[in-house]
Design a protein around this ligand. Structure first.
Ligand SMILES: [Zn+2]
Length: 372
């Protein structure tokens, strides 16, 4: 029995009690008295029709699970999380029943209570008359986009003047790859300096880097190209093109291109730290540009400007993966922060990056080419 009267939302509650009273009244009349118990029998609690077990992939806040219950009376249903040993790990949208993780799940680092990647929670469906039914739900997290190893090509654009030391050594380049593999994997030693308020959201991005060993033509390579820099100015478009005095990009669906330039001004200071192109841009300029003075941890590095820990590349590659600047003290995507102060990526940032690898994401093709 549903009222055909339409009332505004704020009156719904009143209407509900009015209906209960009317129902009670009719019950009393028709039965000629008796207790009010029969009134409660009129309403039935919602019934869950969604499954009690579900499997999802890691590295996304969304579980993909939606609680669904039906109500005999056709009342609106409100969903909530009411218990379970892992109940506190989830959020539920009260109206749609969509369930999401509070912390991004990581198959390699489960954070459910018994550390088996099976999260147990109790969900409730409540109808208009506060009749409740409950469902014990098990959500299993499976490994999804586990470790991705990205081949890197470093295009060294060196200056003619030998005192620039711009034709940097392989050792210096490898020192940068090492920094990346620590920063993107939560293995940086200074992680302990992350401020207390952010400790719980630090994430292992599950991405690693290595100098490419196979060139685009299929031949062997050390992942380094060396070109006498004939571009006229730092950070101009010429660095991306061989016929402008720079070096052409290797296919950006297979490699991360890093161009090294001389970033010093006439006073020897590095002006712009670096540049990273967001996903979805021109493939011919897709990569990061970094001054050799801010690359790696081996001299020559601009210690006086705090650009000596290799965090310029960490930050710019963050942009290359689609991350934007944020205002979060000690995050790698903070702006104009000394290298010593850039310490971590967050769970949100991990979700953004793994979203970019997903179907229709900005670097889906790279992911498809590199996985396995
Ligand atoms: Zn930036």
């Amino acid at each position: 029995m549903k009222p055909t009267i339409t009332l505004s939302l704020q009156h719904k509650r009143d209407l509900k009690w009015a209906l209960v009273s009317i129902t009670l009244l009719f019950t009393l009349i028709s039965c000629g008295g008796g207790s009010g118990d029969k009134a409660s029998e009129v309403n039935q609690a919602p019934k869950f029709t969604s499954n009690s077990a579900f499997s999802t992939l890691d590295n996304s806040f969304e579980t993909g699970y939606q609680a669904v219950a039906t109500d005999k009376e056709g009342d609106p249903i409100t969903y909530s999380i009411s218990g379970g040993i892992d109940g506190f790990s989830f959020l539920i949208e009260p109206e749609s029943g969509a369930i999401s993780f509070i912390h991004i799940p990581d198959f390699e680092h489960p954070h459910d209570d018994n550390v088996d990647n099976i999260y147990e929670l109790e969900i409730s469906a409540t109808d208009y008359n506060d009749a409740v039914s409950k469902l014990m739900l098990k959500i299993t997290v499976a490994g999804n986009r586990a470790l991705l190893v990205i081949p890197v090509v470093v295009h060294v654009l060196y200056q003619e003047n030998p005192e620039h030391e711009s034709n940097i050594t392989q050792e210096k380049i490898l020192s940068q790859i090492d920094v990346l593999n620590k920063d993107f994997r939560m293995k940086n030693a200074d992680l302990e300096n992350v401020s207390a308020e952010f400790k719980s959201i630090v994430a292992d991005l599950e991405i690693e880097f290595e100098l490419a060993s196979v060139a685009p033509d299929g031949g062997a390579t050390d992942g380094i190209t060396r070109t006498l820099d004939q571009t006229s100015a730092n950070f101009n478009e010429a660095v991306y093109f061989t016929n402008s005095g720079g070096h052409d990009a290797w296919p950006t669906t297979q490699y991360l291109n890093i161009w090294l330039i001389d970033g010093a001004d006439r006073n020897g200071n590095i002006g712009l730290g670096g540049r990273g192109q967001f996903p979805g841009g021109d493939p011919l300029t897709d990569g990061v540009v970094i001054p050799y003075q801010a690359f790696g941890t081996i001299a020559p590095v601009a210690i006086n400007q705090n650009l000596h820990l290799g965090r310029t590349a960490t930050h710019e590659i963050g942009h290359w993966f689609g991350l934007r600047h944020i205002d979060m003290d000690t995050n790698f995507m903070d702006t104009y922060v000394p290298d010593q102060q850039m310490l971590f990526f967050s769970e949100e940032q991990k979700a953004t990056i793994h979203g970019i690898f997903a179907p229709d994401g900005g670097r889906e093709e790279l992911y498809e080419n590199l996985k396995d």
